[in-house]
Structure formats: structure tokens, C-alpha cells
Design a protein around this ligand. Sequence first.
Ligand code: FNR
Length: 408
Amino acid sequence: EQVYRDGVSGARPRVPTTTGELEQRARRAMSRRADAYVTGGAGAEATVRANRAAFERWQTVPRVLRDVGSRDLSVELFGRRLEHPLLLAPIGALDLVRRGADLAVARGAAAAGVPMIVSNQAGASMESLAGIGRRWFQLYWSTSDDLVDSFLARAEATGCEAVVVTLDTTMLGWRPRDLDLGHLPFSRGLGIAQYTSDPVFSRLARERAAAPRSGPAPRVTPQAVRTLLEITRNFPGSPLENLRSPLPRAAVETFLDVYSRPHLSWADVATLRSRTSLPVVLKGVLHPDDARRAVDAGVDAVLVSNHGGRQVDHAVAALDALPGVVGAVADRLPVLLDSGVRTGADVAVALALGARAVCLGRPFVWGLALAGADGVEQVVADVLAELDLTVGLAGASRASELEVGRRY
Ligand code: FNR
């Protein structure tokens, strides 16, 4: 409606409403490295494509004359109401796209009325985003339990409403677009603000800076060593080499030591419950049996996701995995979904298939690239407006009335 009203005076939307145009313009506006990082998926990107193809397979048969004059798509999650069934997915190292990115995303999300899931790899600390809209915190489970506890305590203290534990990134996926550019954002010190603002992490980094090179220091995982070697090999004048001050250099190295925890298992999840009062969401669940184990582990929700096709090439499309997970656990916990959601109509399909809410990923980054906080706000507002129209025009007043079927 707003677009039509503005159109009377000749005004045009600040960022394209057409998804394809939005993506193309944003990609042109980004640096090569930013584009590779945001666009890239794992391997030959079969899963990136599958995520989209999955949405194309579902159809709805709109119903008429059902009085859709007042529609309500608000949902309850963990005893609190969300006005819209939408959140912003956690996306790390966004300063590569635009300086001050996380602040802009937080403001854009708040203006559009949806919560932001603040990434563990954000370029801004949780504290610096406190008070801006509603926020959840996404955790990558560190090799340091002390650091995990510190992150959880900070998430609670800064008003985050839930903690999303990402399980599909115990190691970084094989991402050829980044590898070809010899690029990992973290090696330039991007996306490690949650760490450098953390007292436990600072202690670990100081210990490492003080330790003799071959000394014990914090434990170095084989993965961290491989990552470091990879960075150094790909960058003759590696940014790591250029970090002259021992502390920042130690900070990056310490980050690589503590970031990934490949030996994570269900036993760890079971202990998490006792370590935070926040609702716990497991992100990256695709198999119904894993969803059942999540219920057994006492968590509060699962987020069906393949990380936007960035981790396991040929992984099942998130939307294709959704019905199985919903069938297995939706009567006991809320099921959320991300990966491949581009439009409001996509959100409607996911809701019809039983998702309680949906996370928007790359599209808000495109808005950010083109117009900062305003761009994020507009992209989200567009998705919400299309969702509301689609639901109403399909003859539904609430998500439970939506019906979709496989294409026939
Ligand atoms: C991500 N994603 C992600 N997930 C997470 O738990 N923590 C993170 O820091 C990141 N970082 C990140 C960076 C970039 C550039 C992308 C594209 C994605 C995954 C994200 O939360 C979500 O699962 C996907 O973005 C969903 O896929 P689409 O819809 O964006 O294709």
C-alpha cells in the first residue's frame, strides 16, 4: 500500500522489490570478497540451488469468500509473542559488506518489527546492540567451556530472548568461492567482536601472547592449525603476518583455537540446559531422528536449516526436510526454518508446512549492501507485506488455515 501511495508522488522504493533485481544490484555493489562470502555455498552449490527448487515445488489452491478482512500471523515462542512469524538469521562478518553492519541490521530489524539473531561472529558486541529491538543470540560452541559460559551470561545480561546453538558448523564448510580468493573474513580480524569484547577470551589471548611459541598456551585443534596454514599459504603478505602487535595477532590465533568444536555431541547439548536460563534453539537440524533427540535433550525449539547450502553440498533442501521434522516433533516443540527463503510467499509455504516461524538470511544482507539500515528495513517490510497479502488472498486469516500441496 505504501509503495502505491508513494508512487502517486513518483517516489520509487529505495531498494528493488523484485528479488532477482535486489540480489543482482547488491552483488554488483559489493566487493569481490564480500560477494564470494555472501553468495557462496559449499562445493558445487547443489544445495544452494536445491533450497530454491524446493520452494518451487509447492502450490496452494486459493480459496475465496472466506472473510479475510482481519488477519493475524503473530506467533508465540517461549511464552512471548512475535508480531510476525519472521526473524533475521544470524549472519557473521557483515562488516565485509558494509562498515557498522550489525548496528545497521539491528536498527533495520527493530524498525521493521522483527527480532535479530545476533551472530557469534558479528562485528559488534552483544553489549553494543543491547536495547536496539528484540534480539536472540547465536552461539558457536567454543572449545573453551569458560568462553561458552561467558557468552551465555552476556546474552542473558544484554536481554537476548533465546540462544540459538548452530550445530552444522563444527568446521567451516568447503567453500570454493572463498578459497579461490584465499579469503576467510576472520583472518582479517572481521567477525570476532564477540570474542575480543569478552573477558574470558581476553585472558586466553593474553596467555597466548605471553606464552613461548612452542609453549602449551590454550589447546590448538588440528582444524585451527589447518586453517592457519591455509591462510598463510594463500596470503604471501598475510594479514596475520601484518598484525604486528602481539595481542591482536594472538587474538586472531586464539580465536582460531577456540572457535570450532568438531567433537561436539548430544551429551554436550544435554548439559547446556543447566548452564543457561534462556530458551535453547538447535540450528541445523535436518533429520527427524535428530529432532527427536533434541526433544529428549530438553531444548526449546529446532531450526531446520542447511546454513544456506554453505556447509554440506548435496545436503537435503531445508524445505524438503521440514515435513519430516514437523511430523516427528512439532506436537512437542516449535519448528523453525531457514535456507532459501526469499519472499513473503516463500514464508507462507514454510508456515503451511508447519514451521512456527521463519528466518530470513541473504535477502537482508542485500538490503544492507544497498542502503544500510533502511535497506534492511525495506527488505523485511516487503517480505512481511507480501506474506500478509499472500495469506489473505489464499483465503486464510491465520497460518493454520494455509494449505499447500505438491505440484501436480
Ligand atoms: C550465514 N549463516 C550463519 N549461521 C550462523 O549460525 N552463524 C553465522 O555466523 C552465520 N553466518 C553466515 C554468513 C553468511 C554470509 C551467510 C549467507 C549465512 C547461515 C544463516 O544463519 C542462514 O542459515 C542462511 O543464511 C539461510 O540461507 P539463505 O536463506 O540465506 O540462503
